[in-house]
Design a protein around this ligand. Structure first.
Ligand SMILES: [Zn+2]
Length: 116
């Protein structure tokens, strides 16, 4: 448990440092009037989005654990009882399986792609 908390703290610190690095490097470039090329702009956008997503997960973790996840589980159990209505959603990354999602509750199921 102590190890888990320590790991969590380390990750939080690492995340904060990462934010500082992204923002600091942007401000530094601006100050020096150095312009990024398209690849650098794209990379910075991805880094910033990853940071934002990480922050969102951090902010929502407690709510998700206490309310959202148990409530969603209950909703999906109810839907399963009356029968999910699955529609094709996408393929998995290696295209070996099809992913189907229920149009009503969002539950998903994977099936081998029999179409070749
Ligand atoms: Zn459903």
């Amino acid at each position: 448990m102590i190890t888990l908390k320590t790991e969590k703290k380390k990750k939080t610190i690492k995340r904060k440092q990462k934010i500082d690095i992204v923002l600091e490097s942007l401000l530094n470039l601006e100050q020096k009037k150095i312009y990024m090329n398209h690849q650098q702009i794209y990379d910075q956008k991805i880094k910033l989005s990853e940071e934002r997503n990480s922050k969102m997960r951090e902010f929502l973790r407690d709510y998700d654990n206490r309310i959202y996840n148990p409530a969603m589980k209950k909703i999906r159990q109810e839907c399963k009882t009356i029968g999910h209505k699955f529609s094709f959603h996408s393929y998995n990354l290696v295209r070996s399986h099809c992913i189907y999602k229920c149009d009503y509750c969002g539950a998903s199921k994977y099936e081998t792609d029999e179409r070749g």
